[in-house]
Design a protein around this ligand. Structure first.
Ligand code: NAD
Ligand code: USQ
Length: 380
């Protein structure tokens, strides 16, 4: 298949692009390298020494993989992007290209507006290019578990749609699960959902929205094949996600930064499984009668439970900090992930070996750690 990977220079996009290319797909990465620029703006960095995109691509091509790169800002250069879709007629477009950090989206008005402008316009531009130039193309979007909020108020979280009975009529219905975002970033993913519903209803586009949990780990089978292919590893208080932060803290002799009581339960998935699931979603095209929503998660854990696992393994002290975020101090959570499982997904769950692999990389890359960036989350 010919596949566009939008945001293919990022943490999830790069290993996914490599996996798809290794599986003999023709891969076109489209990225404006904004994530690398945000590192400069925040004076932050990946813990791993990531190479420039040109060097990454050259190495992947030397391995015999069909992979190319185009620098396009999909939010700002619609004409350029639409031309690429028109000329190349991709079978699938995987859309990772959004500003994805909740703390970044809550820094101030500049970042709030940038996150909305960038994410919503990018998604809308992708849909328009498909409608006008390649209507049979399958759009696979990376959404988030955070669109649902994180509670068991309405039972276990279903895959996108909630079955209800309307009080007034007694009729049964299936509705889009009510959104309850906790940051401007998560709100943009809720808004993406409405764009998908409308474009599917009106133009019958094939769409899969993958509601992904928190991704952890850094390397995959493909990124480990050459040191030039190493994936990024965010550890800071703005882009670093909780489990990777804990592992990097344990590897560099810092206390584990649990926000609040650590009673927040979240869904997690290993980076290798991100790539595996996207491949499954692409290779199993849904019909165009309804947006297919799949929960891309492997397991549910509480923040405190993760901290205890790391602390017990490496003897690292846990520090309970005032929570900088407005979120439930404690919540219960259960998530349905049958959709991807029915396509063949076999979740990789947290094991000591996998944690050791990540810890090894974090220890090796200790030299790159900027102490001042560990606790730099904004408050909201
Ligand atoms: P990332 O920031 O590492 O990668 C995103 C990439 O998109 C970057 O390379 C960036 O330069 C590019 N990009 C952003 N705006 C663009 C634009 N207008 N035009 C072209 N390129 C643009 O993020 P990630 O962790 O790889 O996340 C990828 C996707 O997966 C996001 O949509 C995110 O919401 C979703 N997701 C991530 C996680 C996680 O834990 N990392 C969990 C759930 C969902
Ligand atoms: N947390 C800590 N200590 C830390 C960092 C975070 O206790 O040092 C807590 C937070 O308070 C929160 C939980 O850990 O309760 C998760 O925070 P996170 O930063 O790991 O994840 P989040 O902000 O939710 O965002 C990440 C990705 C985002 C993706 C989302 C999936 O950055 O792109 O959409 O995970 S989900 O959380 O399922 O919505």
């Amino acid at each position: 298949m010919k596949i566009f990977v939008l945001g293919g220079d990022g943490f999830c996009g790069w290993p996914t692009a490599l996996k798809l290319a290794k599986e003999n797909h023709e891969v076109w990465i489209i990225d404006n390298l904004s994530r690398r620029r945000i590192d400069e703006e925040l004076e932050s960095n990946s813990l791993t020494d990531i190479e420039p995109i040109g060097k990454r691509i050259a190495t992947a091509r030397n391995l015999g993989w069909d992979i190319k790169f185009w620098n396009i800002d999909i939010a700002k250069s619609y004409g350029y992007f639409a031309k690429a879709v028109n000329e190349l007629q991709p079978d699938a477009i995987v859309h990772f290209a959004e500003q994805r950090a909740a703390p970044y989206s809550m820094l101030g008005q500049t970042e709030r507006r940038y996150t909305v402008d960038n994410n919503i316009t990018t998604t809308h531009n992708v849909l328009n290019a498909i409608v006008d130039h390649c209507p049979s193309c399958h759009l696979v979007h990376l959404g988030t578990m955070g669109v649902y909020g994180y509670s068991k108020e309405m039972g276990s979280i279903p895959e996108g749609y909630l079955d209800i009975t309307v009080k007034e009529t007694g009729e049964d219905a299936s509705i889009l699960y009510p959104t309850n975002p906790g940051s401007v970033y998560h709100m943009t993913k809720s808004m993406d959902q409405l764009l998908f519903q409308f474009y599917n209803k009106n133009w019958n586009i094939h769409i899969t929205d993958l509601h992904q949990g928190i991704v952890w780990g850094t390397q995959t089978e493909e990124t480990s094949m050459d040191k030039t292919l190493v994936n990024r590893f965010d550890y800071d208080g703005i882009y670093g996600t909780v489990l990777n932060r804990f592992i990097s803290q344990a590897a560099t002799g810092k206390n584990l930064s649990v926000y609040g009581t650590g009673g927040q339960k979240r869904a997690f998935i290993h980076i290798q499984d991100t790539a595996n699931c996207v491949k499954l979603a692409i290779e199993n095209v849904p019909d165009n009668k309804k947006v297919r929503i799949l929960n891309q998660v492997s397991e549910v854990r509480s923040v405190k439970e993760l901290a205890m696992i790391i602390s017990n393994s490496y003897g690292t002290p846990i520090e309970f900090l005032d929570n900088p975020r407005k979120e439930l101090a404690e919540n219960d959570l259960a998530v349905d992930n049958q959709g991807l499982k029915s396509l063949g997904f076999q979740p990789i769950t947290l094991t000591a070996n996998l944690i050791d692999d990540v810890r090894y990389i974090a220890t090796e890359m200790h030299k790159n750690l900027k102490e001042e960036n560990i606790l730099n989350s904004p408050k909201w």
